[in-house]
Unconditional design. Sequence first.
Length: 248
Amino acid sequence: MTALAVEGVSWRIGAVPIVDDVTLELAPDEFVALIGPNGAGKTSLFNLISGLRRPSAGRIRLTGDDVTALAPYRRARRGLGRTFQTSAVFGSLTVAENVALAVQARRGGAMRAWRRRADREIATRAAEILAEVHLEHRAGRDAGSLAHGEKRKLEIALLLAGEPRVLLLDEPMAGVSTEDVPTLVEVIRGLTAGTGRSVLMVEHHMDVVLDLADRVAVLHHGALLACDSPDAVMADPFVQEAYLGEGL
Ligand SMILES: Nc1ncnc2c1ncn2[C@@H]1O[C@H](COP(=O)(O)OP(=O)(O)OP(=O)(O)O)[C@@H](O)[C@H]1O
């Protein structure tokens, strides 16, 4: 069973193909990096997978089910999680409160209900998630005071609160200082290993891509140029000419 299947998906604006007949499958536990020059269509493909845009042709499946016609929140309910460049973190709440609210949102019920009775189950799940992203030592800190790299970990924690099976990570290293990259890479590596989750990640840092990805998908002018092991993709002359040759 594939976790995510993109089947012959195209998205055209007028006659211009922005995403052009892309077919891509992610297995459970698999980590695929999506690379390509600026304007290749990476964000557009994420928008199609998450449901912000409807494809002109093709289908999107989550664990076998056709979700092409479903709204983004319904896809989220079926296990699709996505990070955005803009942060969804409440800066004036603590790190633990942010995650607890996200867990509460997933489980349903009013925020007031959570505030009135400290729900032990929610707090326990929030603590587990904070441990998974290596932020437990920041639980009591105001989220607004976190450094960039830690904020990214918190964003991943908020995503995990939705209990996703497939995660779409949009440039998780953007804006993160060089010294914070290794610990963030370890958190992201842990998202798939043995968890049954799958990750599709857009990332411009090639060292991070080559370190994390089981496979690398290369998008060029909206079309999938290659999707193979990192070594094979790096050695592909087509890829070298179309992408790596342009400089990163
Ligand atoms: N709503 C839109 N209307 C018109 N053109 C669009 C729209 N969305 C995207 N495009 C165009 O589609 C192409 C692909 O854009 P997209 O943002 O998906 O690329 P990208 O690979 O994510 O680029 P980057 O790495 O710069 O984020 C670009 O030429 C862009 O200008």
